[in-house]
Design a protein around this ligand. Structure first.
Ligand code: BTN
Length: 264
């Protein structure tokens, strides 16, 4: 297990960090802190999550100390609830910048926001996922929790939720061949997030959208999108201005997909 000293971490101005050896879910604790009125900029990081949660109601598992489960509590009162998707886009682009900076890999994204890294066999596999949760009140975002789970030194194996992890998942160490400390990745990630938040706050949304779209490996692929009640297959032609995926099926029909799981 890796024991990083997060006390040495330089945080963006006014941000605070709580580090736990064991936790249920960093997102759950961050949401609790949000409801308790804790201000913007709280970072919660753990060595091990007992009940980490993923998108679409799935669980999120990483062996103790081999990954970076982290949640960031923000109070982006400057953002309209309808634009909250920008927070997850920002987290995804920040993850790409941070992993590229610390491990010299090329980072791409699988729609909507999975971090993809290329293993030595040439296959792109998922190395991180993002779960953003928020509360909007009176037409404004009261709080948002950005939860990120990054595999750092874990070679995923086993079947989880019916999916073979060895085939679909990887880690930063596996894809880059170098070992990086969780502290270095977290520092780079928080720096990228804070810089991106300043840019968003200043109204510069288009630069973020452009970098997110440029990293989407999903575009132009033949995909099957699993929705709760059905699947849609076709060519991923592009994304809308709000980040929805545009898939054209064999009948020529264009589907606009706002949430789902993509298989290439
Ligand atoms: C996904 O399904 O791809 C999203 C996974 C998000 C996992 C992270 S780990 C830190 C934070 N706490 C949680 O319980 N989930 C997120």
């Amino acid at each position: 297990m890796i024991h990083d000293d997060f006390t040495e971490l330089t945080l963006p101005a006014n941000w605070r960090l709580e580090h736990y050896a064991h936790i249920g879910s960093t997102n759950d604790l961050a949401k609790q802190r949000a409801r308790d009125g804790i201000p913007d900029g709280l970072v919660i990081v753990a060595d091990q999550q007992i009940s980490g949660r993923g998108r679409m109601g799935r669980s999120w598992e990483m062996p103790a100390g081999t990954g970076l489960p982290v949640s960031i509590l923000l109070r982006p009162i400057w953002l309209q609830p309808a634009d909250a998707y920008l927070l997850t886009m920002l987290a995804a682009v920040s993850l790409c910048l941070a992993t590229e900076q610390v491990a010299s890999v090329q980072a791409l994204l699988k729609w909507p926001n999975d971090l993809l890294l290329r293993d030595s066999d040439g296959v792109l596999r998922k190395a991180a996922g993002i779960l953003t949760e928020l509360e909007a009140r009176d037409g404004a975002i009261n709080w948002a929790v950005i939860g990120i789970g990054l595999n750092i030194a874990w070679q995923p194996v086993g079947i989880v939720d019916g999916r073979d992890l060895a085939q679909m998942a990887t880690s930063l160490a596996s894809a880059s061949g170098v070992f990086v400390s969780r502290r270095d990745v977290l520092r780079a990630l928080l720096e990228a997030l804070a810089t991106g938040i300043d840019a968003l706050r200043a109204g510069n949304q288009s630069a973020l959208f452009d970098s997110w779209r440029a990293r989407l490996a999903t575009i132009s692929q033949t995909v099957t999108v699993r929705l709760p009640d059905r699947s849609i297959s076709g060519i991923a032609e592009g994304v809308t201005a709000m980040g929805a995926l545009q898939v054209r099926d064999a009948q020529g029909l264009l589907h606009i997909i706002t949430a789902g799981d993509v298989e290439a």
